[in-house]
Each structure stands twice: as structure tokens, then as C-alpha cells.
Design a protein around this ligand. Structure first.
Ligand code: ISJ
Length: 379
């Protein structure tokens, strides 16, 4: 280590290292980084040529520049090899942005998300795809589905479950009438803040706007601190933030992106009742994703309405020791008393073990639809 040129001893010949020395060293490292990142970007450009020449098209007939399984592998490798002192997650975030910019050289990714601008879904979309993605806000979850189905964008991002409030039914229901597949997941820690416009004082707050889910996630805090304020549910937290900019007696509950976008002041930070409040989002698209080495599969199963149906449904998973990560029930749209199950489990549909399990499931279920196999969220 002592002769390594990357890490000069802090004291050379008894002389303390100066700020100037360190800044010169940082400049030299930045130049090296600049050249290396440029070299990497050049490789990505060549990858694009290879993909075009190979006619590497997906189910949508388009050349597959974006490769979710490869990106997950790159990020996992970075985290595993990270020597510190930066945290693995922080390092992966930096590489996430480098890959995003490299992919944009091949072809910028276009995606729709549950808007308006400033929602947690937008934050999740950027966390997953990086800042070079071109994002388009949609007014409702089914509109995100339609935008992807129409081919106006390549991918969509929608919320699917929250750790405190549970499943987002609109998303599950939208899958029932759609051919779209899941190509990824992203989990976001959700921090809510109480936000006000420039002319609002805390003691004047008589109305608090937010999405119903966020009001619910801050219920105890609101009961304790603003028991008499009227709680008004609106279509999104970002919409709440937009609204209170000009209402001097109102506050909004929303996240950092909305606070920044609408230039609101934080009256109180992190007011969510549960400190590990998080939301899981799904990436939806046209194409199936090959195995990345650490994957999840989501399916919808319609069961015949007969005694022991739930047992029959779970038995193949138990037999093959497949790790179920979620089981959700929704009323089916086809019959008044029929139910469908949304099931997530570890493994990829191409694993022989998973193929066998799905085969056994098909013997006892009325219908099994695979929504997709995709890399377990890395960031
Ligand atoms: C470079 C590639 O294309 C894209 C860019 C990637 C990168 O910058 O590492 C990784 C996967 C793809 O989304 C590739 O497929 O290897």
C-alpha cells in the first residue's frame, strides 16, 4: 500500500499535506475519471451499433437498447466490489447516472409515470432509470398503462404497494385487462413533510391537503399536532403542494420533489407515523426480461370457486420451497363471487424449478397469467 500511487501518505518528508496538495490530487483524479467515463460512453455507443447490426429486437419489434437485467448486474457488481469509504448504495447511485447517460447515447429512454410532476412516482422513475430518462406525467394509473400500450413511451412507472397502507388496487386492476409485462421494481423510502406557501404561518393552518394514502400515513402525527384542521384528500401530493402555494391558511403533505418544484417551506419534516415507510413501484413495458441472477416473478391466478382452492394454489410453491413475497386477493371482474390472486415470488420464469411450479399450478387453477420476471430492485 505504501508505494501505491493512488494514496499518497498524508505526510511527505515530515511535511503536513496541504489543501493545495489535496486539490491538485483531486484534479488529477477527476481528469482520469473524465477519460474513463468517456471511454465507457464510447463503448456504449459501440454496443448500440452491435445491437442494431444483430437486429436484436424484442416482442415490440424494436431494438432493445435498454437491458434491465444487465443494468441490475452492473449495479450489483459495483456494490459488491465497492472498497469504501462511500457506501455501496451511494456508489451505485453514481453508476446509475453514468449508465443512464450512456444509454441516452444509444437511445434516450422514454417513460410515462403517475403524475403530476413532483410525485413520489416521478422520484421512483428517476431513481430507477436515472436523470437522462425522458419522463411524461399522466393523470391516472390506467393512463400510464394506455400510454405504454399505445407505444407512445417504452415504459411506465406505477405504485403498487405501501408498507403502511397496503396495496394500490388501481394498479392490480389495470393488469387484469392489459397485456403489459412487469420489467422491474423499485422501492422508495417515503418521507412526508408539512409544507406551506410563502405567506402562511403555522398557527393559521386550518386545512391540510394531500393524497388519501399520505393523510393515512401521517394520521397519528396529524391527530397530535393538528387535531382541528380539516383534512382534504386530493388526487396526488404534488397536486396538494400546487394548491397551497396561494392558500395562506392551508398546508400540504408531500415529499421533497413537490416541495422543491412548488417552492414551499417545510413547517415540519418527516411526519410519517412509521419511520420505515416505503412504497414499491413497478416498471411496466412490452418485453420480457431475461434472468439477471436475482429475480422475482409476478403472476395472477384465477381459482375455481371450490373448497380447498387456496390450499391447492399454495401447495406447488410449498412443495418446491419457493419463497413467496406477496399474496393479494382481488375480486375478479368476470363473476360476482370469483376471486383472483396476485402472487409474487423469488425466481425467474425460465428457472426449471419455477417452470415446474407454474405447470403444477396450471393443473388446479382456472387461469394463470405471468405478469413478468424481473430483477429484484437493486437501489
Ligand atoms: C451498454 C449496454 O446498453 C445499455 C447501457 C448499459 C450500461 O451503460 O452499462 C447497460 C445496459 C443497457 O441498458 C449493454 O447492453 O451492455
Amino acid at each position: 500500500m505504501s508505494d501505491s500511487k493512488e494514496s499518497p501518505a498524508p505526510q511527505a518528508a515530515g511535511k503536513a499535506v496541504t489543501l493545495d496538495d489535496l486539490r491538485q490530487r483531486i484534479d488529477a483524479i477527476d481528469n482520469e475519471l473524465l477519460n474513463l467515463i468517456s471511454e465507457r460512453a464510447g463503448c456504449a455507443q459501440q454496443v448500440a451499433e452491435v445491437k442494431l447490426a444483430a437486429g436484436d429486437v424484442g416482442e415490440d419489434g424494436q431494438v432493445q437498447f435498454y437491458r434491465p437485467e444487465r443494468e441490475a448486474q452492473v449495479l450489483r457488481r459495483i456494490m459488491a466490489n465497492n472498497p469504501g469509504p462511500l457506501k455501496g448504495e451511494e456508489m451505485a447511485r453514481l453508476f446509475r447516472e453514468i449508465m443512464s447517460a450512456c444509454l441516452a447515447l444509444e437511445q434516450p429512454i422514454r417513460l410515462a409515470y403517475l403524475g403530476p410532476e413532483g410525485t413520489f412516482t416521478q422520484q421512483a422513475a428517476l431513481k430507477h432509470f436515472g436523470d437522462s430518462a425522458v419522463t411524461k406525467p399522466m393523470a391516472a394509473i390506467d393512463e400510464v398503462f394506455r400510454e405504454v400500450e399505445a407505444g407512445a413511451v417504452q415504459y411506465g412507472v406505477v405504485p403498487v404497494e405501501n408498507s403502511t397502507e397496503g396495496v394500490i388496487n388501481h394498479t392490480l386492476d389495470s393488469f387484469m385487462g392489459s397485456q403489459l409485462k412487469i420489467s422491474g421494481e423499485v422501492v422508495l423510502r417515503i418521507h412526508h413533510h408539512l409544507l406551506v406557501g410563502p405567506n402562511t404561518r403555522r398557527e393559521k393552518i386550518s386545512r391540510i391537503y394531500s393524497h388519501a394514502q399520505s393523510l393515512a400515513q401521517c394520521r397519528k402525527w396529524l391527530d397530535a399536532h393538528f387535531p382541528h384542521a380539516e383534512r382534504i384528500a386530493v388526487s396526488s401530493n404534488a397536486e396538494a403542494a400546487r394548491q397551497v402555494r396561494t392558500e395562506w391558511h392551508s398546508a400540504a403533505i408531500a415529499g421533497d420533489m413537490a416541495a422543491k418544484l412548488y417552492e414551499l417551506e417545510k413547517v415540519e419534516e418527516k411526519i410519517e407515523d412509521s419511520p420505515d415507510n416505503s412504497t414499491r413501484f413497478l416498471i411496466i413495458g412490452d418485453s420480457s426480461v431475461p434472468a439477471s441472477g436475482d429475480d422475482k416473478t409476478s403472476i395472477v391466478v384465477a381459482m375455481r370457486n371450490q373448497p380447498g382452492a387456496l390450499h391447492d394454489l399454495l401447495a406447488p410453491f410449498h412443495r418446491h420451497q419457493i419463497d413467496l413475497t406477496r399474496v393479494e386477493t382481488r375480486p375478479s371482474r368476470s363473476g360476482a363471487w370469483n376471486y383472483v390472486f396476485f402472487i409474487d415470488f423469488r425466481g425467474h420464469r425460465d428457472d426449471p424449478l419455477i417452470t415446474a411450479t407454474l405447470e403444477e399450478l396450471r393443473q388446479c387453477a382456472a387461469d394463470v397469467k405471468v405478469l413478468g420476471s424481473y430483477p429484484v430492485g437493486v437501489l
